[in-house]
Design a protein around this ligand. Structure first.
Ligand code: AMP
Ligand code: MG
Length: 339
């Protein structure tokens, strides 16, 4: 199959909408990462998402809608869920709610709940409206690889497998949506994202974080969010995270590890890059928000540069730091060192 990668003009968005309504797959930008969309109500189309990504069948998809009213036919919306939609939609918050029968089992991997969100991106919203159906869309990467934040990343992974990628430039947030279960009394974050625990608690009164967010699942432990048990975001090089508030210690540890390894690269805060003169170093910005935006692209760049040892400074887990560390920790297979 020939894969077109076209600018997200009105005409090309209409083409995307038509392809989706015919059961085909379309790569498209959202504010978080690029999605690989299919008609969420078309079981065969949804199955082709799993095939194109090599995605495990037990990993449910998020259904994207153009507004809150489009969520009601798909799932049972409680007053609390509606309050959260009013506060955070359009935006990077996925709500997991009891599903209705119109959602095929393939979409939510046989679960009786479905994750729904309304993306805050003009191209994504226009595409969903053009398709006239809810759009199931996981990240548009090959399963296990870093999520795509640029159209070229989608092309690298999906070339020959899908007919169309809409190029809407770089994603602004850079990490996937916060996934929040609202099926119980207190909302629970299953996957952290830009919408934080504090943001949600301010609207919902309370909010918990699933404790598997910052640690690997134990053997035989049931995953509250199926995606968490799969290998994720992994670059080809071996990655280690160096943590700690004492910057001098972090710098000297990073230097020592760099010098012990062939073909290494340091990823650190912009303010520290000057300490590593003569070594290969890459800035992850000055805030967790900066890092969220460039992390996945940086990991793909490491692969392209054939870096075999990635030494990455971490953030503490407050605010958006939790989302960044959740992704970094998985990319590093939880190899985290305290300086
Ligand atoms: P991705 O589409 O790659 O952003 O991954 C979506 C993730 O959302 C999955 O890996 C799950 O962890 C989570 N998710 C989606 N739907 C549900 C659901 N019904 N229950 C729990 N987690 C869900
Ligand atoms: Mg994904």
């Amino acid at each position: 199959m020939n894969t077109l990668c076209l600018p997200a003009t009105e005409e090309n968005i209409r083409l995307g909408g038509r392809l989706l309504s015919e059961g085909q797959l379309v790569g498209f930008p959202t504010e978080t990462v690029y999605g690989l969309g299919a008609n969420a109500l078309d079981e065969a189309a949804v199955r082709s998402i799993f095939a194109a990504k090599g995605r495990p069948q037990d990993n449910p998809l998020i259904v994207h809608v153009a507004g809150k009213e489009d969520a009601f036919p798909l799932c049972h919306v409680t007053p609390l869920a509606e309050k959260l939609m009013d506060a955070f939609w359009p935006g990077p918050l996925t709500l997991v709610m009891p599903k209705k029968d119109v959602i095929p089992h393939a979409t939510c991997a046989g679960l009786d709940s479905v994750g729904v969100r309304c993306p805050d991106h003009p191209v994504a919203l226009a595409l969903i409206r053009a398709a006239k159906v809810p759009v199931a869309a996981p990240s548009a990467n090959t399963s296990g690889k870093p999520s795509p934040t640029r159209a070229k990343h989608v092309f690298e992974d999906m070339q020959g497998k899908i007919p169309l990628i809409l190029d809407g430039g770089d994603c602004m947030v850079g990490v996937e949506s916060t996934v929040l279960s609202v099926t119980g009394d207190i909302p629970v974050i299953l996957r952290p994202g830009k919408v934080t625990q504090q943001d949600i608690a301010a609207v919902a009164g309370d909010c918990k974080v699933a404790d598997s967010v910052m640690r690997p699942l134990q053997e035989n432990e049931a995953a509250p969010s199926p995606g968490m048990k799969h290998r994720h975001y992994a670059p080809e090089g071996k990655m280690t995270i160096v943590q700690g508030a004492d910057e001098e210690k972090v710098v000297s540890l990073l230097k020592a590890m760099y010098d012990e390894n062939e073909n290494a690269c340091i990823l650190c805060r912009k303010s520290l890059t000057a300490h590593f003169e003569g070594r290969r170093v890459f800035s992850i910005g000055d805030t967790p928000e900066d890092t969220a935006k460039i992390l996945f692209a940086a990991l793909r760049d490491m692969d392209e540069m054939k870096v075999s040892r990635i030494l990455c400074q971490g953030w503490d887990t407050g605010g958006v730091g939790l989302a960044v560390m959740n992704r970094m920790a998985r990319a590093a297979a939880f190899d985290i060192i305290e300086a």
